[in-house]
Write a protein that binds this ligand. Structure first.
Ligand code: SF4
Length: 491
């Protein structure tokens, strides 16, 4: 009998590691177990409980010893399924199951993505850094600040240029950053000419060592619109300080409609429309995302023809976190005094209307390359089938948004996927689960590997990890994912 070689060669990615018995390869994903190449992480099966709409389904050939397995509510994810490289080989699992009388096939593979990254939404007004500036981890460029959104700062990290286009260290650090973020770990990053931020999916951001609590209620103008009525009659002037649009109630349309009197206030920023001012200060981590610690610095002198001693002024930030109340003295200078009880409610209500600040991490990747060959012999047909809504795409059972236009460019909320769904290979590239589900007849039409189809009942016992789906996820095989309207029911 031939002795087994000391080392075996893993062919699951271009690195082609030689792995000794009892050892793992460079990515920790494959091991040599007594001469057999094995995937280290367990194949993960999603299981719905009856509370989640799951059904107990008996399957053919197991009526004697059937133990009430929720086979009809099981879905084989690609987590732990393994990778096929080069991709002309069929995907690791091509699984059939019947759902409500429809014969479905799910093609399951762990994709290796060189073209991938994360889009991060950080709920904070605080200035993290100028748009386009570089985001660094361990000093390496891993992405950049992109255009801000309403109440949130946005980062775009990863992508093929950071993974492959820079130094070896840049690629390695970028890959690890992406994997850690996607697996729900906290990552500290520095922004050029900006702040230090700790980002963790589904958790509040920490900016310069301070945990953010609240997302702003709206811009300064929107805050005026929301609360104008509650301030009317209680104070002569309100200024909502905001780095983008500072609101001034006496000039704002909301104040005008309520019959608000002019106060002679002067704001130093650029007036956009009545009661709405841009650029009242520089961006920063002070009031309303400005660099201001003393809000009076954004005011000019009150107009003596309009203003009167004793007039009152409330200045507040867009989260209600900072607020101050003033009275004009004989020289029409604002003098800070205690916030009257009558205004405490409205300031507290701004804070009450702010949602908790969170970091959202969306994994984005291009699945339109060679991995399609593991699904079909005619790859473009898979792309077209997805566009025709005949094939549904999930990542670890979580819904994947497909971008319009060419290719299969998908985006997924990593918090909707099972824990530790992501891995890497040292090329460097990210490894992530992807599943394509369609009717058997549609799979055949797109040139699927029909001979490789196996029954769900044969695959489920190989699943060594069972997970409940995220409560917000639609079940991957429900018919509403598909457009079968003019294609007829399966024969
Ligand atoms: S890096 Fe991992 S997947 Fe690639 S060859 Fe080595 S063990 Fe296999």
């Amino acid at each position: 009998m031939d002795a087994k070689p000391d080392k075996i060669r893993c062919d699951a990615c271009p690195v082609m590691c030689y792995i000794a018995d009892g050892k793992v390869g460079a990515c920790d994903r494959y091991a040599n177990q007594a001469g057999e190449l094995v995937r280290v992480d367990p194949l993960t099966i999603l299981r719905r409980t009856q509370d989640q709409g799951g059904k107990l389904v008996e399957f053919a050939g197991r009526n004697d010893d059937w133990d009430g397995d929720l086979l009809g509510s099981s879905f084989v994810t690609a987590i732990g399924a393994g990778t096929t490289y080069p991709d002309y080989k069929p995907a690791p699992f091509i699984v059939s199951q019947e759902v409500d009388g429809v014969d479905l096939v799910t093609v399951v593979t762990e994709a290796i993505y060189s073209y991938c990254g994360v889009k991060i939404k950080i709920d904070t007004d605080r200035h993290l850094g100028p748009e386009q500036n570089t985001v660094r981890v361990e000093g390496e460029a891993v992405g950049h600040v992109t255009t801000g959104e309403y109440g949130s700062q946005m980062l775009s990290l990863g992508g093929v240029n950071h993974l492959t286009g820079g130094s070896k260290k840049e690629g390695r650090v970028t890959c690890k950053t992406l994997m850690d973020l996607c697996n729900g770990e906290a990552v500290e990053m520095e922004i050029d000419e900006g702040s230090s931020v700790v980002v963790q999916a589904g958790k509040p951001p920490t900016v310069n060592g301070v945990a953010e609590e609240r997302m702003r209620v709206g811009c300064g103008s929107a805050t005026i619109g929301m609360f104008a009525k509650q301030w009317h009659g209680l104070v002569d002037e309100v200024v909502v300080v905001d780095d983008h649009i500072t609101g001034v109630i006496s000039e704002h349309q909301a104040g005008k409609v309520l019959g608000w009197e002019d106060t002679g206030i002067k704001i130093k920023g650029r007036r956009s429309t009545p009661g709405r001012y841009f650029q009242v200060a520089e961006p920063g981590t002070g009031w309303g995302g400005t660099d201001v610690d003393d809000p009076l610095t954004i005011l000019g002198d009150f107009n003596p023809k309009v203003a009167k001693p004793g007039m009152t002024l409330l200045m507040v930030s867009t989260t209600g976190e900072q607020h101050a109340f003033y009275k004009l003295d004989e020289e029409l200078k604002p003098v800070e005094t205690d916030l009257p009880e009558s205004l405490e409610v409205s300031v507290a209500r701004i804070a009450e209307n702010c949602e908790p600040a969170l970091c959202s991490v969306l994994f984005m990747a291009g699945a339109g390359g060679s991995l399609r060959a593991g699904v079909t012999e005619n790859p473009v047909r898979l792309t077209l089938s997805i566009k025709d809504t005949l094939t549904h795409v999930t990542c670890g059972g979580a819904p994947a948004y497909r971008w319009p236009g060419g290719g299969i460019t998908i985006m997924t909320d990593v918090t909707r996927m099972p824990a530790n769904s992501f891995g890497y290979v040292p090329t460097p590239a990210i490894v992530a689960p992807i599943e394509f589900t369609m009717r058997r007849q549609d799979y055949e039409k797109l040139g699927g590997h029909m001979k490789e189809i196996v029954d769900l009942a044969d695959v489920v016992p190989r699943g060594k990890r069972s997970e409940s789906p995220h409560a917000a996820n639609p079940w991957p095989t429900v018919s509403t994912h598909f457009d079968w309207r003019d294609k007829g029911k399966p024969s």
